[in-house]
Design a protein around this ligand. Structure first.
Ligand code: C5P
Length: 288
């Protein structure tokens, strides 16, 4: 058995996000096309003599106890498999911004599940690990699988999709944060005027047209954000488009906005325009 390993935890973007309705359990039925990108945290799992699960991280404001999704994932793995993880140290080296709409915490949890499966040689399939992740958070099952996928239901019904054509992506997160539960609550009293063309997006991915994907990016939460935050999002999107993005969109419940570019050079120039005002600006690539 290996005593220590490192697992990457990739950020995700929403190529589409649709909310279909509120469910009896208080969650919402969603339909989303998800994409992993190269910006990632590193999860280092180490077996130690000291009993219990301990977490350390370079982001000092994050919880390190059972409220951290990575710790929750280790406990869920233990419960589902019956494996005693014994003394386990989880080191979370964060690079993905927190509360950004890019599934940083969920991706860390998914990496813990994948990593423990390797560390303890439990031989679970990605689908079995995704099932364990369901109880940890709605985005965790997708993050276990990664790549390009359609997520439905609460987020746990997953269908793999053809990979997003290679491109350069600029991600930009304004400094304000949004509350995901609050935005889901707001959307209940909203009459959504517009929905993404999810079927069209699936067809376009099959055809492999980056331009087609870029034209179909859409997230219903753009309409739901309070005015001031919505304006900030629109400003970033406008800047990306003026810098040559083929399309740009909000990810998750935000506030990260991203734009798709045909070339790395254009993406770097677009990022250079945004980065003086927005520290959390990155040029990334899709991960399949
Ligand atoms: O599952 P997770 O803890 O990541 O969800 C965070 C919040 O997002 C939930 O408390 C809920 O308010 C909202 N949510 C939802 N429907 C989903 C996923 C999340 O209402 N399918």
């Amino acid at each position: 058995m290996t005593a220590s390993l490192t697992e990457p935890a990739y950020a995700k973007l929403n190529l589409t996000l649709d909310v279909l309705g509120r469910r009896a359990d208080g969650f919402h039925d969603l339909r989303m096309v998800m994409q992993s990108v190269s910006l990632h945290d590193d999860i280092v799992l180490t077996l130690t003599e000291e009993p219990g699960v301990r977490l350390t991280t370079n982001f000092s404001f994050l919880p390190t106890d059972g409220k951290n999704l990575a710790v929750m994932a280790a406990r869920a793995f233990q419960q589902a498999t019956g494996v005693d993880v014994g003394g386990l140290r989880i080191r979370v080296d964060k690079h993905i911004p927190v509360c950004a709409g890019t599934a940083g915490g969920s991706s860390d949890a998914a990496a813990v599940l994948r990593g423990l499966n390797r560390l303890f040689e439990t031989g679970l399939t990605p689908e079995q690990l995704a099932k364990i992740g369901e109880g940890v958070g709605s985005d965790v099952p997708y993050c276990v699988l990664g790549g390009t996928a359609l997520a439905e239901g609460r987020g746990e019904r997953l269908t793999r999709l053809p990979a997003l054509p290679d491109c350069a992506i600029v991600m930009c997160k304004p400094s304000f944060s949004v509350s995901t539960p609050e935005l889901f609550h707001r959307i209940d009293s909203f009459k959504l005027r517009c929905h993404p063309d999810t079927a069209g997006m699936l067809k376009t991915l099959e055809g492999g047209s980056l331009q087609g994907v870029a034209h179909r990016l859409y997230n219903v939460f753009e309409d739901v954000l309070p005015l001031q935050q919505g304006n900030a999002i629109r400003e970033i999107r406008q800047s990306l488009i003026e810098s040559g993005a083929l399309g740009a969109c909000l990810s998750g419940t935000g506030p990260t906005v991203f734009g798709l570019f045909g070339t790395e050079e254009e993406a770097r120039q677009a990022a250079a325009v945004l980065s003086p005002a927005y520290r959390d600006t990155y040029v990334v690539r899709p991960v399949s």
